[in-house]
Design a protein around this ligand. Structure first.
Ligand SMILES: NC(=O)c1ccc[n+]([C@@H]2O[C@H](COP(=O)([O-])OP(=O)(O)OC[C@H]3O[C@@H](n4cnc5c(N)ncnc54)[C@H](OP(=O)(O)O)[C@@H]3O)[C@@H](O)[C@H]2O)c1
Length: 295
């Protein structure tokens, strides 16, 4: 593995071995997230940096951390954005021991890490519920962290009078990774916080990471509703969060989930983005910059 130049007190040049790609392709040359990098021949680190679809990238040392010791680089590359997003969403939503947390999009990149991290945060006395499509119900159940897994493809059951959500009980936090301006990302034409609101208590919080357009407009105008938060994952000074996540991974509480790995080549990138944007990926899509040869 190649060194690394120290550009200034806190900027390092690092060798990039793999990258988990984000939805926003326009950012790939700019502030890209999710690189797994080496900061010295002995340090194996992961985190976020500039231009992660490159063999060498620039990173702030406050935004990287030693990678989990129990993962491969490919697995570690799948972690930074989805796990930082889950960590920040669950923290903002005040998930704690004993909380009941419901996660929409439980089979997706953010959701699969979200359900595991929620279980870690709420402990055995809390509850974790997941919502996903019919074809992923068993997959999510088999992660072994949810008390209940529900199908959004039968909305009449999900929000009907005999909804399983009634037995789940009043929940404290809805972590919504799905609702967006696209009608196909909603339930019966409604964002999930509206569609599920009949199961809310006055204290139930929603943290959404995409959200419908009106919500963004309201937020920009300073009208964010009480108990509803739109969240943009911050990559600033996240080294400490990445350290906590690495320890959750090393204790086995959180396992990286990879949908697919593509080679670092034009057709590989095209296929990787097509897979990601299909919204059918089960876990993360990763680009292997060094084609299987961990450096
Ligand atoms: N705010 C932030 O900081 C931040 C950070 C990261 C990501 N994001 C955004 O968050 C979103 C989620 O990212 P991701 O990587 O987790 O996406 P993803 O992997 O594509 O997630 C797909 C998930 O959405 C579910 N889904 C699709 N249509 C649905 C519907 N109508 N109702 C309920 N669930 C539905 C899928 O379920 P099935 O496949 O089981 O049907 C699957 O669980 C993306 O829009 C991304 O841009 C935001």
């Amino acid at each position: 593995m190649q060194h690394v130049q120290q550009h200034s007190q806190n900027i390092v040049e690092v060798k990039n071995s793999c990258t988990g790609i984000p939805h926003d392709r326009s950012r790939q040359q700019q502030q890209e997230r999710l690189a797994v990098v080496h900061s010295s021949p002995s340090d194996k680190v992961y985190g976020t940096g500039m231009g992660a679809l490159a063999e060498k990238i620039i990173a702030k040392d406050s935004e990287i951390s030693l990678k989990p010791t129990t993962t491969t680089f490919i697995q570690a590359a799948s972690l930074p954005v989805v796990s930082l997003t889950a960590y920040q969403a669950l923290t903002q939503g005040e998930a704690k021991t004993g909380s009941r947390v419901l996660i929409v999009g439980a089979s997706g990149g953010c959701g699969l890490i979200g359900i595991q991290m929620a279980r870690y945060m709420v402990g055995p006395n809390g509850k974790v519920g997941g919502i996903c499509g019919t074809h992923n119900l068993d997959f999510v159940r088999n992660m072994g962290v949810c008390d209940m897994v529900m199908d959004y493809k039968t909305p009449e059951v999900l929000i009907g009078n005999d909804s399983p959500l009634k037995t789940f009980g009043e929940f404290d936090l809805l972590y919504d990774t799905v609702s967006s301006p696209k009608p196909t990302d909603n339930l019966n034409g409604q964002s999930y916080d509206i569609a599920l609101s009949k199961f809310f208590t006055p204290r139930t919080k929603t943290v959404a990471i995409h959200g419908v357009s009106a919500r963004w407009l309201w937020m920009l105008l300073g009208w964010e509703a009480r108990n509803f938060h739109l969240m943009i994952c911050s990559t600033k000074r996240t080294g400490v969060q990445l350290q906590s996540i690495a320890s959750m991974v090393d204790t086995g509480a959180v396992k990286p989930v990879i949908d697919s790995v593509y080679p670092f080549a034009p057709e590989g990138l095209e296929s990787a983005y097509a897979r990601l944007l299909s919204r059918r990926a089960r876990g993360k899509v990763v680009i292997d910059i060094f084609r299987g040869q961990e450096v």
